[in-house]
Each structure stands twice: as C-alpha cells, then as structure tokens.
Ligand binder design. Structure first.
Ligand SMILES: [Zn+2]
Ligand SMILES: [Zn+2]
Length: 396
C-alpha cells in the first residue's frame, strides 16, 4: 500500500513556530490534508516528549496514533543541529532523526544531553561532529535513521554554500556508511540532486519542515512510500530500499533559497536584489556585501554528471496558497480556509487532487483552472532568494 508521509515537522517548542501546535491539532489537520504518516517533530524536547508519551497510543512497532484520528499515524522524529569545528571553521548542519521507539529515544536522549541543552529549542543544538553523532546513533540501534536535511540550503544544509563542504564524505567521514537518504528541501528537486554522483545511491525524500499547523505549510512537500505493513521497520526499509513511489515537490524556484540574492531588509533603500547564478556575481550591486548564494548556484558548483532522473516526482503548490492567490486574501482568511476544507473533503485529501488526471467538477471554475495550470506547468515564479519565497505568476 502507498502512504503519504511527512517526516520532518516541528512542535511549538522550536524557534519560530506557532504556540498553537499540539499533537491533537497536528493529527486533526494532517487527517484533513491527507497525510497518513507524520513525524512528531521535536521528540527530544522534554515537554513535547511528555505530551507525546501522554497522548500517543501504539499502533504497531514504532508507529503511534491518537484514538480520535486513527487514520493519521505518527513516527518519533526530530531535527537536530550539529555544531563542530572543522578546518578552523564552525560548522552547523541540520539532520532529521527518526527513532524506532520510546526506549531507544531514551537512550539517544541520555547520550545527547551531554552535548547541549535540550530544553532551549525543540530542534536542539548539539556540540558534536556529524561523524561522531551518526556513528553513535548506529551504535545505539541500526534502525535509527539519520537523514541530512534540506541538503543545499545555504546556512544549515550539509552541502550549502556557507558550510564549504564539497562532499558528504568531507562533512561526515565514516558516517557516510550509515546515510541512506537525503531530504531535498524546498529549493531543490530530484533532478538537481541527481547532478551529483556522490548522491547516486541515496534515496530522495521530501518533507514540509513545517513550523505551523496551517494547511499551506503542513505537508507542503511530502513523500509517498510503498509499505507492506505500517510499522517503523517497514517505513525505514522502504526509504532505504528506494521504495519511494513519488515525492511531491515545491517548484524549486518557489523555495526561499533558489537564486543568489539579498532580500529587501538588508538594504536601506528597501530594494530587493536577486540574480541568476549564471551571472557569477559574488557581491551585491546594491550594498556591495557578499550575496547569499542560492541552491541553484551550489548545484552548478558541485555538479559532476548528467544522468536521467528515474525518481517519480511532481511539482505542487500548496492548495491553500493557490486558493489565496486565486481569490485574494491570505491563507488565514476564513473564506479561503473554509473553501480549502470543502474542496479537500470532497476528494478525501489534497494529494488526491494533485494525483487526479484532470477535470474538477466539484471545484469552483477559477480554482480548477489554476490547478490545471499548475499541473500542466503553465506558470513560473519570480525566483525565491535569501529567505524570500518565490512569487507565483500564471501564463496567460
Ligand atoms: Zn533545518
Ligand atoms: Zn545587498
């Protein structure tokens, strides 16, 4: 069976998240959206862990649910920021960690508490090299899955421009033997990943990295996995053995770090600046300081092959975001959220809409027209850059 998964989210205890996030609401909104397996987010934060332990019921080995929303299954998950010095430079890299059960979580917890304060942030900062961390996780249990997160993003992606690692091997040494998958991040897609031969044997997954419960954030990128059974072991085996049937991707140009650029608040003039990496600009023509190099730039720098992409992936635009563009107002307006809920309810989840061949009789004409345009590629983005999302433009 195929299951839609979002294996990287955050709780209210991570920086920049909504205080409204609780485990019931995550399940409730995932159910409406059609996400069937979701990461708990932040499972090493003591207060969030308590909420998880008090509320989650075991469905099968390593898979949990809430009785009110049995369709949505949870997997224990956190993002961690690993910080260490290498080549006289401080490195800070983000990894997703998937945990087999609460007993193993406790073992991990007792190890990582030596390297950082777990109470400060749901995404803990740990003073340990990625190599040591990955080897230790494998030592605790070889089913703990460590996945480099949003690998090309400039500041915290393992191959991002600010980290100056030119390969995974350089960043994680022997740890490379225990990495099976990487996360694309919003500004990259499988066709960009596949331009680096070092990543050939790794699976590609996509997740939302959501810091909010809203329908345009949760599951905004997602991974469909083929599973024999819904248990932790099967989810991990499916990722490791490339039984990924599809990833749902942002068009990379919508992502916040696609082009090189400087966002407007860096300039006293309030002027935004971005440019194609093909221009090879190092410094910003507006302020003269070094531009934030985007993901596309990094892929050009690291690219060493051209091979056909065998991964099945589809560009989507979060449907609630699309509704807000078509009808005006924000993703938080009552009208837009209510229309979103009506539409996804009709199709039993948003992903069934993106998977549908065509013709949306039950959807208002303007929206069905916009969906068709997205599905047929009749759109483009003013490219995202330096932390600013790309802006959707439809072709006539
Ligand atoms: Zn991150
Ligand atoms: Zn500038």
């Amino acid at each position: 069976m195929e299951k839609i998964c979002d294996l990287h989210i955050h709780s209210k205890y991570s920086g920049g998240t909504s205080t409204q996030i609780n485990i019931n609401k995550i399940a409730h909104n995932s159910n409406i959206k059609g996400i069937e397996i979701i990461g708990t987010g932040d499972c090493f934060h003591p207060l969030w862990l308590k909420e998880l332990q008090e509320n989650l019921c075991e469905y099968s080995n390593g898979i949990f649910f809430l009785p009110k929303t049995p369709r949505v299954k949870f997997i224990l998950q956190s993002e961690v920021e690993l910080m260490w010095t290498q080549n006289s430079q401080i490195k800070k890299v983000h990894f997703i960690v998937l945990v087999p059960n609460f007993d193993k979580l406790k073992e991990i917890y007792e190890f990582i508490i030596n390297f950082g304060n777990l109470k400060i942030d749901g995404r803990p900062v740990l003073n340990i090299s990625a190599e040591k961390f990955i080897l230790k996780m494998n030592n605790i249990d070889d089913m703990i899955e460590v996945i480099p997160a949003h690998i090309f993003t400039p500041f915290y992606g393992i191959l991002g421009s600010k980290l100056h690692f030119n390969s995974l091997k350089e960043a994680i040494g022997q740890g490379i033997n225990y990495i099976h998958a990487i996360e694309t991040g919003l500004s990259a897609d499988p066709s960009m990943i596949r331009q680096l031969s070092e990543l050939n044997n790794l699976s590609i997954i996509s997740n939302s990295d959501s810091h909010s419960l809203n329908f345009h954030r949760l599951g905004r990128e997602a991974t469909a996995l083929e599973l024999n059974n819904i248990d932790y072991h099967n989810v991990i085996e499916s990722i490791r053995k490339k039984k990924i049937t599809k990833t749902y991707e942002f068009n990379p140009s919508e992502g916040k770090y696609y082009y090189d650029g400087h966002r407007s608040d860096r300039h006293s003039s309030g002027k935004d600046y971005f440019c194609s990496p093909k221009r090879n600009l190092i410094n910003c023509p507006v302020c003269g300081k070094m531009l934030t190099k985007g993901v596309l730039s990094r892929v050009y720098e690291l690219k060493d092959q051209e091979i056909p992409v065998i991964e099945n992936f589809q560009y989507i635009i979060p449907l609630l975001h699309l509704i807000a563009i078509v009808y005006g107002g924000s993703e938080y307006s009552k009208y837009n959220v209510s229309l979103y809920r009506d539409v996804v309810n009709t199709y039993d989840g948003e992903f069934n809409i993106w998977n549908k061949e065509s013709v949306f009789e039950e959807v208002p004409f303007e929206l069905s027209n916009a969906i068709e345009k997205v599905k047929s590629g009749k759109y483009w983005f003013i490219p995202g850059h330096d932390g600013v999302y790309g802006e959707l433009q439809f072709e006539a």
